[in-house]
Ligand binder design. Structure first.
Ligand code: SF4
Ligand code: SF4
Length: 184
């Protein structure tokens, strides 16, 4: 179904790998910002960004958490950078059944970068003193939010409930709303 077009501001974060020094401030602030209540704790395992670190080769690569993938992918990539071979899946953004990355440690629920919804500037961008993370904004014409989006949301929730159980999903939503109330 097609709806009306409207202008939307699309925010992206450009990652300048050469500038990243592996300090992990982005992981720390992301986890603190999303803690419930906000800033009550910090645990990089809860961050929606993860920095792949190879200090001996001076290689640091920030990777943002993307969409949850309900099934493992059939093909995987191996990267060799400066002679160091990285695990398959090392640079993947998805939380998926075959690894623990980008999953909430307590509940196992998938984590996804939400661009620090409500903030003018994402916290990781603000805290990256090396300027390795740069916020970019552009205007795009998109479909009005409508039935299609609702359908996608329902399919997403259904697959999460199937995978993790309805109670875990409900607990997580409750935690998120507590965190939002703490923020307001
Ligand atoms: S805060 Fe910036 S420099 Fe530090 S690890 Fe994150 S992206 Fe790299
Ligand atoms: S934009 Fe916000 S949610 Fe996304 S990784 Fe950065 S701090 Fe975390």
């Amino acid at each position: 179904m097609t709806g009306e077009k409207k202008k939307k501001t699309i925010k992206t974060i450009r990652i300048d790998v050469d500038k990243c020094n592996g300090c992990r401030a982005c992981e720390v602030i992301c986890s603190a910002f999303h803690a419930a209540p906000k800033y009550s704790s910090n645990n990089p395992a809860r961050a929606r960004i993860r920095v792949i670190r190879e200090p001996y080769s001076d290689i640091y690569v920030p990777v943002y958490a993307g969409d949850y993938a309900p099934a493992e992918c059939s093909g995987r990539e191996k990267y060799t950078i400066d002679g160091k071979e990285y695990d398959e899946c090392a640079f993947c953004k998805a939380a998926c059944p075959s690894r623990e990355d980008f999953k909430e440690p307590d509940s196992g629920l998938p984590l996804k970068c939400d661009m620090c919804e409500g903030e003018d500037e994402p916290m990781c961008v603000k805290w990256c003193l090396a300027d390795a993370l740069i916020l970019e904004e552009r205007e795009e014409e998109v479909e009005e939010e409508g039935e299609e989006e609702q359908e996608e949301l329902e399919i997403g929730l259904e697959s999460l409930a199937k995978k993790y159980g309805l109670q875990k999903v409900m607990d997580s939503i409750a935690r998120m709303s507590i965190s939002k109330r703490g923020a307001s």
